[in-house]
Design a protein around this ligand. Structure first.
Ligand code: ATP
Ligand code: MG
Length: 409
């Protein structure tokens, strides 16, 4: 029996990790793959001072910290480079390819990224030398003139970003001046706003598994994912999924979300560098079981098939297609082929349908347990004010019950 250890590198969240552990517990019987038996274990990682040559017990790490914190990020890089650990996500490309680079790369691939302008930060770094240095390469500029390339309202948001930090809708020149003053040391983009759109779609992707959800950013966080199965026609639904898969294969991201806005029949990706995105039960509710199953399936596939971590990117192959005279649709088809090759989609699907054929039913049973309901209750108690506890516990348990009823076993 070969043991494979999945490590969780977590922030303050308890909900999805508990659900993931409960599911792993129920999958305890050995998995048979290519005449070998595997035992999957899950464990929460703690980071101590480490020697760069240290070995590790982990085969794969699902990480929710590295985008924000240095120590876990550097530990992860060590485990990839020294110990061949498979990482969800790739900290190397997330560090070098933040929002800005991701916009540039996807513009080059021909995706419909809204017009985006980078402006120097309002205030430079705290260094006595900065004014002299800055004068060597910055000219004074008129922000109102620069913004004339875009129509009001547009968005001002950090070139790296995450969690809506520093994102503002700018409605007129006065607001532009004020928002820019407030942006301080952050390096900002001005981005054309897609208003009065047909639909906002957020696709969640884990390996080759992509699900696109109707999303309403105007709602408070617990109400943004809308339960709606018919909000995109089949063609646009496919397009949203191919775009997401392409972005993730291109950047070597295994766990990411991609936000697209459909306006006047054009699907525009606006935010798609979201390392290890939020999958809290209070955000995803009805779709939460999908995410937990997808995370489990891809993690198990990677460790059992001994898929190796793809640290480096393969940009030139994509650019070759991008720079050809193929149409947008032909390019997407070619990118999808490359993405499926990268994610071993066919092989994974076969694995999911055979080795992991029980996973759907096990999750379905798990969601109906008292243990799962307690996890929801505890999450709500940690997040909402006391007078809302009963209401929201019933709300989320009700949505999960709705999911149970809609799955047929
Ligand atoms: N170009 C745009 N057109 C229309 N709406 C936009 C645009 N850019 C951003 N927004 C709105 O602002 C929200 C936050 O922006 P964005 O997603 O880029 O920031 P973020 O910090 O990466 O958010 P998160 O990481 O939480 O997804 C979006 O969900 C969307 O509602
Ligand atoms: Mg976003």
């Amino acid at each position: 029996m070969e043991q494979k250890l999945i490590g969780l590198l977590l922030g303050d969240e308890e909900d999805w990790p508990s659900a993931f552990e409960m599911l792993a517990e129920r999958l305890k019987k050995p998995l048979k793959y290519r005449r070998k038996n595997f035992q999957i274990e899950v464990d929460r990682i703690r980071i101590h001072p480490f020697n760069l040559r240290d070995s590790t017990r982990y085969d794969l790490v699902i990480d929710r910290l590295a985008y924000w914190h240095f120590n876990p990020r550097e530990w992860l890089k060590k485990t990839a480079l020294i110990n061949n650990v498979y990482l969800l996500n790739n900290p190397f490309s997330f560090q070098s390819m933040e929002k800005h680079s991701a916009y540039c790369a996807m513009i080059r691939l021909g995706l419909n990224i809204p017009e985006t302008i980078l402006v120097p930060s309002k205030i430079g770094p705290d260094s006595t030398k900065y004014p002299a240095t800055s004068a060597k390469y910055h000219d004074l500029f008129d922000l109102t003139e620069v913004a004339k390339e875009l129509k009001y309202p547009f968005y001002m948001k950090p070139f790296d970003g995450g969690g809506w930090r520093g994102v503002s809708k700018v409605r007129d020149e006065a607001e532009l001046a004020r928002t820019y003053d407030e942006s301080g040391q952050m390096l900002m983009h001005l981005q054309a706003g897609l208003e009065d759109y047909e639909v906002f779609v957020r696709s969640l992707a884990i390996g080759p598994q992509v699900s696109s959800f109707h999303y309403d950013p105007e709602q408070p966080p617990h109400g943004r994912y809308v339960i709606d199965h018919q909000f995109l026609d089949q063609q646009k639904g496919r397009e949203a999924q191919i775009i997401t898969k392409t972005i993730n294969a291109f950047f070597r991201w295994d766990f990411n979300s991609c936000e697209c806005i459909l306006k006047d029949g054009i699907l525009s990706p606006i935010d798609f560098a979201n390392a290890c995105p939020d999958i809290a039960v209070t955000s995803l509710h009805y779709y939460f079981p999908w995410a937990i199953k997808a995370l489990m399936a891809w993690s198990i596939y990677c460790v059992v098939s001994e898929r190796s971590m793809r640290i480096t990117m393969d940009i030139e192959k994509y650019f070759k297609i991008a720079d050809s005279d193929r149409s947008y649709e032909e390019k997407l088809a070619a990118y999808e082929k490359m993405a499926d090759k990268h994610f071993e989609t066919k092989r994974f699907e076969e694995f999911r349908g055979t080795v992991l054929k029980d996973l759907d039913e096990i999750m379905w049973e798990l969601v109906q347990t008292e243990e799962f309901n307690q996890m929801i209750a505890q999450t709500v108690r940690g997040m909402f004010p006391e007078h809302e506890h009963d209401e929201f516990i019933a709300h989320f348990q009700g949505l999960l019950k709705h999911w149970v009823d809609s799955e047929n076993f």
